[in-house]
Structure formats: structure tokens, C-alpha cells
Design a protein around this ligand. Structure first.
Ligand code: NAD
Ligand code: IPM
Ligand code: MN
Length: 366
């Protein structure tokens, strides 16, 4: 299959880890006879420096014509004092909104060799396998007005959702739960927010269309607690934009590191932008020590969701698993008796495990 893939490295470690995803995809392409053509474009601080805007027209056009998009991360100190509309993050929000990528799938499934890399107790996190579905193009992130008032002494951000925006993400969550363990937890703040009360009503309405899925409602504060005390309680979690942002970073602790989490930002027709959950990590950028696995696993999600290449996606996930089983880890993790390595070496180990697998397959089939 011939696919056009847009690479948006962005800033900080984004630039370092995108290369890892590209190498892994090239390896899969040569094994399976696919052709992936990569086109690199600017976004975030990188685009501000080059073009004076965090989301150049050229980047938007390229993404609109692409089969899929891979994004590293945006942001950094250098651009932190710019006004809101000019910040690197505005580029990321802009591309999600322009492409209508309303569903952000954030699978949180730990690898068994990393069980003791989490500060949480092994017997608490063992077996946890959660899919967080975060609404991505509405809520506080996009509501207008969002401004300072009264000479800068007051401020307003707007939490706006149209019913249709809630319905489509809640539908997506029920459908996803159906394909998993048929348990859906809807997270809101219905004891305080009107938006959450409407959200809860819609979940109740929709649940009639999915009688095979068991639904529960949890308030976000209690959900934050339960996520790390009883992670095995959860199957699919669906929530609005800001709650989903916060809960997913929290959930990454189950896997040992924020650097492990991939995500898929998709819409109904399968077009998607694939991005690790973490940011540009300015504290470690340029040191060659960033964990590339969240990015590599995002590339696997791209193969699965946008290209229906399940076998190829699973093979990448298995190569990551094997690399960790062999004891290799980056500085954000720790594996007892293992070996700490950098971004490039970690990528090489994953590539080696991919190649070993394809060589042993061809020996078996010959
Ligand atoms: P961050 O996710 O960049 O970093 C949080 C912590 O996790 C840091 O200590 C960092 O070193 C560590 N970390 C993150 N990813 C890692 C990896 N792959 N390997 C090893 N360690 C890793 O969050 P932050 O520091 O709050 O934000 C930094 C910048 O990133 C901000 O400008 C923020 O807006 C931006 N950001 C961007 C995205 C994105 O582009 N998708 C996501 C989150 C934050
Ligand atoms: C994420 C990030 C972004 C978000 C920021 C950088 C705009 O934190 O992808 O989780 O809040 O959506
Ligand atoms: Mn986030």
C-alpha cells in the first residue's frame, strides 16, 4: 500500500523522537512491501521561528491531503511569553480543530517488564488495561470569549459544548467499549457544572442504544483517585477535553512513564493525527535521552486506525515489548538488572527486534 504521511516534529524532544517513528515505519514498510512517503512540515515554536505563525497554511494544506499525520510535540520556554493566539500550543489545537479530530484515544496498557517501574504497587497496577477517550475539539480549550477584562484584573474562559459534539464522542466511546470489555465509565463534574449535567443526560440516552455495555458515572475528583488506587476497575473512560488531558497524564503513572503513552486523534472517516501524550520535555531536550516508545507506539496506532494494518501494528508493539523484556530502558524508566540507553539506541533495539521477527518468519515459512 502506498501512503502519504505528514511528519510534524515540532519542538524539543519532538524533533528527536519523530525520527524513531520514521525508522520503525520504514522497517515495517520494507517487510510488508508498503510504500510510506514522508513529508515534513513545521508546527509550533519551530513554525513561529520560521514563518511567524504556529500553524502555517502550507502545513494545514499538507495535512488535509495526507493519509495520516504523525506529530512529535510542541512548546518550550522560548515561546512562553507570547500572547495566547501565537503560542506553539495554538498550532496543535488549530490542526486538531481544522481537521475535525474530535476523538482522542489514549490507551493505557502497561508492559509487564515495567510493572516495578511505576511508583504504584505492582499488585495494584497488574493487569490494568484502560482506554481513555478524550473529547478533543470542544470545551474550555475552544470556547469564546477567552480574554482578560477590567484592565487585566478579571478573566474569562468559556466552556461551550453543542449537544452534537457530546453525542459523537459518547457514541464513539460506547462503540469502543463494545469492542473491549463492555464497561464504560463516564467522567464529569455533574455536581457543579451544567455542561456535565447535559453530558450525563446524553450518556443516559445513548446507553439505551448499547444495552450490552455497562455504564457508570464518576465525578472527576473521585475518578482521579480511583484511577491510581483501583486501575483494574476501568475498561473505557470517556470524558470532556480538559478532564481527559489531566487524567491521561495521571494514568501514565500506571505504565511507568509519561514517555510510554501513545495517542490517536481521529474523526469518523479514519483520518488521524498520531501523537504521544507527553510534551516537548524542555528539561531533557537535546540530551538524546528522551523515551521514543510513546512516539513509536503512536505510529503503531496510525497503522491500526488509519491504514487497517493490524498485523503490522501488533508487530511494532511486540518489538517494543521484547526490547523492554531484554532489559533496555531510557532514563525516565528503570528495569532491575537492565541497561539504560538513549533515544537512538532504544530505537535501534526496537528495529533489531522487528528485523529478527521478520527474518524468523521468513525462515519458518520457507
Ligand atoms: P512534558 O510532557 O513535556 O514533560 C513532563 C515531564 O515528563 C518532564 O519531566 C519530561 O522530561 C518528562 N517526559 C515527557 N516525555 C518524555 C519522554 N518521551 N521521555 C522521557 N521523559 C519525558 O510536560 P511539560 O513539561 O509540562 O510541558 C513542556 C512543554 O510541552 C509545554 O510547552 C507544553 O505546552 C508542551 N506540551 C505539548 C504537548 C504536545 O505537543 N502534545 C503535550 C503536553 C505538553
Ligand atoms: C496534550 C497537550 C495539549 C493539550 C497542549 C499542548 C495544548 O497537553 O496533547 O495532552 O492540552 O491538549
Ligand atoms: Mn496533555
Amino acid at each position: 500500500m502506498n501512503k502519504q504521511i505528514i511528519l510534524l516534529p515540532g519542538d524539543g524532544i519532538g524533533k528527536e523522537i519523530i525520527e524513531s517513528a520514521k525508522l520503525v515505519l520504514n522497517s515495517v514498510a520494507s517487510e510488508y512491501g508498503h510504500r510510506f512517503t514522508f513529508h515534513q512540515h513545521a508546527i509550533g515554536g519551530d513554525a513561529i521561528d520560521q514563518y511567524g505563525t504556529p500553524l502555517p497554511e502550507d502545513t494545514i494544506k499538507a495535512c488535509q491531503n495526507a493519509d495520516a499525520i504523525l506529530l512529535g510535540a510542541v512548546g518550550g520556554k522560548k515561546w512562553d511569553s507570547l500572547p495566547g493566539y501565537m503560542r506553539p500550543e495554538k498550532g496543535l489545537l488549530g490542526i486538531r480543530k481544522t481537521l475535525g479530530l474530535f476523538a482522542n484515544l489514549r490507551p493505557v496498557k502497561g508492559f509487564s517488564s515495567l510493572l516495578h517501574a511505576s511508583p504504584l504497587k505492582e499488585d495494584v497496577i497488574k493487569g490494568s488495561d484502560i482506554l481513555i477517550i478524550r473529547e478533543l475539539t470542544g470545551g474550555l480549550y475552544f470556547g469564546q470569549p477567552s480574554e482578560r477584562r477590567e484592565n487585566g484584573n478579571a478573566v474569562v474562559d468559556t466552556l461551550y459544548y453543542h449537544r452534537s459534539e457530546m453525542e459523537r464522542i459518547i457514541d464513539k466511546a460506547f462503540q469502543s467499549a463494545r469492542l473491549r470489555n463492555k464497561r464504560l465509565t463516564s467522567v464529569d463534574k455533574a455536581n457543579v457544572l451544567e455542561s456535565s449535567r447535559m453530558w450525563r443526560e446524553i450518556v443516559e440516552e445513548k446507553s439505551k442504544d448499547y444495552p450490552d455495555v455497562a455504564v457508570e458515572h464518576l465525578l472527576v475528583d473521585a475518578a482521579a483517585m480511583k484511577l491510581i488506587t483501583q486501575p483494574n476497575h476501568f475498561d473505557v473512560i470517556v470524558t470532556e477535553n480538559l478532564f481527559g488531558d489531566i487524567l491521561s497524564d495521571e494514568a501514565s503513572v500506571l505504565t511507568g512513564s509519561l514517555g510510554m503513552l501513545p495517542s490517536a486523534s481521529i474523526r469518523s472517516d479514519g483520518v488521524g493525527l498520531y501523537e504521544p501524550v507527553h510534551g516537548s520535555a524542555p528539561d531533557i531536550a537535546g540530551k538524546g535521552i528522551a523515551n521514543p516508545l510513546g512516539m513509536i507506539l503512536s505510529a503503531a496506532l496510525m497503522l491500526r486506525h488509519s491504514f487497517q494494518m493490524e498485523e503490522e501494528a501488533a508487530e511494532i508493539e511486540e518489538a517494543v515489548n521484547e526490547t523492554l523484556e531484554q532489559g533496555y530502558y531510557t532514563a525516565d524508566l528503570h528495569i532491575k538488572g537492565g541497561k539504560q540507553i538513549g533515544t537512538k539506541e532504544m530505537t535501534e533495539m526496537v528495529l533489531e527486534n522487528l528485523t529478527t521477527k521478520s527474518v524468523s518468519d521468513s525462515i519458518c515459512s520457507s
